[in-house]
Ligand binder design. Structure first.
Ligand code: ATP
Ligand code: MG
Length: 458
């Protein structure tokens, strides 16, 4: 009846099998013998007061990850929670010949925005036969009459080649707009489907638009493609543009490291984006494996005192002649004074990198140790570039999933990616939490292993 058709066969499917017991045996990895020796990592992990980094030897990564695959093996699945899979449906909700679509990009720039816009337009036009697609200019401002921003007609010609460029051809903005006025605009243009490409704030806005749509009894699908350079939206595995951004950030680290190793007592200090989540800092630092310290918002640290960061840095520089430090902009905010909020209501953060530069200089001066510090903040240069090929592919696939979902009448959702599969995620869930680097997780452990920094500065 079609309900239990596998979404797509996973690449991990085992060759012919004769029942589950054999399959489990097929997956067991041979061991030379019992493990009896305490791991030397214990010293490091004990200092972090956690044992959660250790793998539970009885744990398993499940081979099957969809209800259909498990059901095919006879595993009872009725009670298991699961996301609705992304992908085309055999029956859709909207009649494409009568469907009018709107596309808007909001919030900060991120590599891949133009790839998403283009893929939405091409998929809607070429495969669904949708004939009217409007682009709204400068985020939600373009949907608010008072700003008088003309609506752009989007078709395959209008979006040809735009993926070669960073930014967004539609422009973007911050600042709250009235959802009632936005829905007025959708009604006037008889829009049936709105795609919002934006971050958490944009998705909060999209939810309010969907609420007004429901209050007015309209049938307008609101579907989001989550955008966040910081990789801080949950249920999306890795947000589009993130790989491009941290790849670009590695150039700053490489430069700072070259400087640091060339001068006596050289210190490279690079500040990267990451207001609440330190993913860019972690990934960029891991990518060239030259960083000695990574400071992120999720892991508090002491600057002063004998066990503090500054003294540790001084000792390292004296012993090794140089050091490379990567900080996320949102790290160490407790050392800085709050600066209010921006027009969208986001907390304005003070620049921790600059503050740290000053503190390092002071600390070395007080200890009468020479320091040659080079501070690099690549800031917006990492997010204004075009997407790399991997991100471009990802953008296209997210856009296709978004079109399939919207044409099948899904609303108040964003496309996500869970355990390597495209899924539909209710907006309310997607904005209910923030994706953070887990101080007890394996990413942070990799950072500790690669940098050699102590797990705790106290
Ligand atoms: P990023 O933070 O990744 O750059 P974002 O989408 O979170 O992207 P914001 O500037 O916070 O960026 O928000 C984008 C748009 O969404 C703005 O126009 C903002 O006013 C609107 N918005 C934010 N929060 C809400 C909300 N609670 N209700 C309605 N609209 C909102
Ligand atoms: Mg945001």
């Amino acid at each position: 009846n079609g309900t239990h058709q596998p979404i797509n066969r996973p690449e991990t499917a085992l060759p012919d099998h004769e029942g589950m017991v054999d399959e489990r045996a097929q997956l067991e990895v041979s061991r030379l013998g019992e493990c009896r020796i305490d791991s030397p990592l214990s010293a490091m992990l004990r200092r972090q007061r956690t044992t959660q980094h250790y793998v539970d030897e009885d744990d398993r990564v499940l081979l099957d990850d969809t209800v259909s695959l498990l059901a095919a093996r006879g595993v009872p699945v009725e009670e298991l929670p699961g996301f609705e899979p992304g992908g085309p449906r055999s029956k859709i909700y909207f009649d494409p010949s009568k469907t009018r679509v709107g596309i808007v990009t909001c919030g900060g720039l991120c590599p891949g925005l133009n790839d998403v816009i283009r893929a939405l337009v091409l998929e809607l036009t070429n495969h669904y036969g949708v004939r009217r697609i409007f682009g709204f200019r400068n985020g939600y401002q373009g949907m608010t009459a008072r700003y008088g921003r003309p609506v752009v007609d989007l078709d395959p010609d209008a979006v040809a080649g735009i993926n070669e460029y960073g930014g967004t051809i539609l422009g973007t903005s911050r600042g709250n707009q009235d959802p009632d006025e936005i829905v007025d605009c959708l009604e006037q243009l008889s829009v049936n489907v709105l795609f919002v490409i934006g971050g958490d704030g944009s998705m909060r806005g999209a939810l309010r638009i969907a609420e007004v749509v429901a209050e007015r009894g309209l049938r307008i699908a609101v579907v989001g493609v989550p955008k966040t350079i910081d990789n801080d939206i949950p249920y999306i595995e890795r947000s589009f543009g993130f790989q491009t951004a941290f790849g670009k950030a590695t150039e700053a680290i490489r430069a700072a490291h070259v400087e640091a190793t060339a001068f006596p007592n050289g210190i490279g200090l690079v500040q990267l984006m990451g207001r609440h989540s330190g993913f860019i800092a972690c990934y960029a630092a891991l990518a060239n494996n030259d960083s000695d310290y990574v400071l992120i918002p999720e892991v508090p640290f002491a600057l002063d005192g004998p066990g503090g960061f500054l003294e540790h840095l001084r000792q390292r520089v004296v012993e090794r002649g140089h050091a490379m430090v990567v900080v996320a902009e949102g790290a160490g905010q407790e050392y800085l004074s709050a600066k209010g909020v921006d027009v969208s209501g986001n907390a304005r953060l003070e620049d921790f990198g600059r503050y740290l530069r000053g503190r390092i200089a002071e600390h070395f001066a007080a200890a009468r140790v020479e320091a040659n510090l080079k501070y690099i903040d690549p800031s917006y240069t990492i997010r204004s570039v075009p997407a790399d090929p991997y991100d471009s592919v990802y953008c296209i696939r997210l856009a296709h999933a978004a079109v399939h979902a919207a044409m099948a009448g899904r609303t108040e959702m964003v496309v996500g990616r869970w355990r390597g599969r495209f899924v539909h995620v209710p907006i309310a869930l997607a904005i209910s939490s923030r994706n953070l680097v887990d101080p007890d997780g394996d990413l942070w452990l990799s950072v500790l292993e690669a940098t050699g920094q102590p797990p705790v500065f106290a």
